[in-house]
Design a protein around this ligand. Sequence first.
Ligand SMILES: NC(=O)c1ccc[n+]([C@@H]2O[C@H](COP(=O)([O-])OP(=O)(O)OC[C@H]3O[C@@H](n4cnc5c(N)ncnc54)[C@H](O)[C@@H]3O)[C@@H](O)[C@H]2O)c1
Length: 393
Amino acid sequence: MAPKSLHLFLFVCSRANINMPVLRTLSKVAKQALLVSQGCGCQPLTVAVRNISFSPRQVTSDASFHSVSFSETDHPKVLITGGLGQLGVGLAKVLRKRFGNNNVILSDIRKPPSHVFHSGPFIYSDILDYKNLREIVVNNRITWLVHYSALLSAVGEANVPLARAVNITGLHNILDIAAEHGLRLFVPSTIGAFGPTSPRNPTPDLCIQRPRTIYGVSKVHAELMGEYYHHRYGLDFRCLRYPGIISADSQPGGGTTDYAVQIFHDAIKTGKFECNLRPDTRLPMMYIDDCLRATVEIMESPVDTLSMRTYNINAMSFTPEELAQEVMKQLPDLEVSYDVDQVRQAIADSWPMNFDDDNARRDWGWKHDYDLPELVQTMFNYIGSETRLAQVN
Ligand SMILES: NC(=O)c1ccc[n+]([C@@H]2O[C@H](COP(=O)([O-])OP(=O)(O)OC[C@H]3O[C@@H](n4cnc5c(N)ncnc54)[C@H](O)[C@@H]3O)[C@@H](O)[C@H]2O)c1
């Protein structure tokens, strides 16, 4: 056995907890062979093993599984975890249009609403249950995994142990399964992966990242672990740092930028909006259609266009005051007041004000469609047609 293969063999045996006598003996022999080869003055051993789909957790019982290949014309078979949140249902819709309804499976731990359940495949999956996740991937011959399950910034601060479990332990399960089965893996990161010591206006892709929330810490961890698995095991890991995402037909999941969605609903429903951030809090934001398109685009980008594995993407950047002014062009009677939530404000004050996404624009052609005026118009078109807005107009 070549030294590199011996190292890999020992590593896999140890991580997979193999204790069958025969493998123990093989492992001993391999160790001895390694000592001999190291003592022979050969080249130093390398540990980077690219393009081999070994999981550090699991030795597959079916060695030929990894040689299953998909022709160029095959559609990917996609699993979306945490798919019932703000972004998953929309992404499933986009991907199903592209790859066919049955090729995109939504999963979550919550019960899907009827329209989601009847719109395409849905499956229960708790990302903390490694075996269940593996079963789903194997039985459905999944080739792309979009990992959306997470506790977002504000809810994460309210339950740190759960956020740590879902965002960090859950990610480990996802990484191992993706590496084991040769999946292309997308994990979103966030503006929250930066902190008060990062340059904030603008924030480049590569700079100091010392976030002060469990959410941010877990996302930096995800970025680094994904990139590590890419270099170490050849995992096709792809990651975008999303800004705050604004959507009309899905509710935000407890993030610091939620106000920018809530304002539309409250403006239309009651004509009043109480903002939980200071009026001058500037944060990067994006309309959901841009976010979902960016996600599909990076997943489809040829490997050689990606000079990095984690990219900032940006569209616009505004304060609550600027957003309210734009909203008042449609609803001039809107009353806005401010009751600052200190937890959210502290988080927002540590986040980027503006995102530098030059690398995404250069490498794989990222380009946003929605600026603030188009965003506001689109939101009102979507949710406002039969309500106060229609009456005003
Ligand atoms: N929405 C945004 O503004 C935004 C911005 C930046 C990054 N992101 C990232 O995008 C991803 C999706 O965001 P979202 O806004 O849809 O989140 P969300 O909070 O709306 O949804 C997350 C989903 O994860 C599910 N979940 C929780 N624990 C789980 C578990 N143990 N197993 C399986 N599922 C579990 C929840 O039920 C929920 O449906 C997240 O990773 C988030 O960090 C979102």
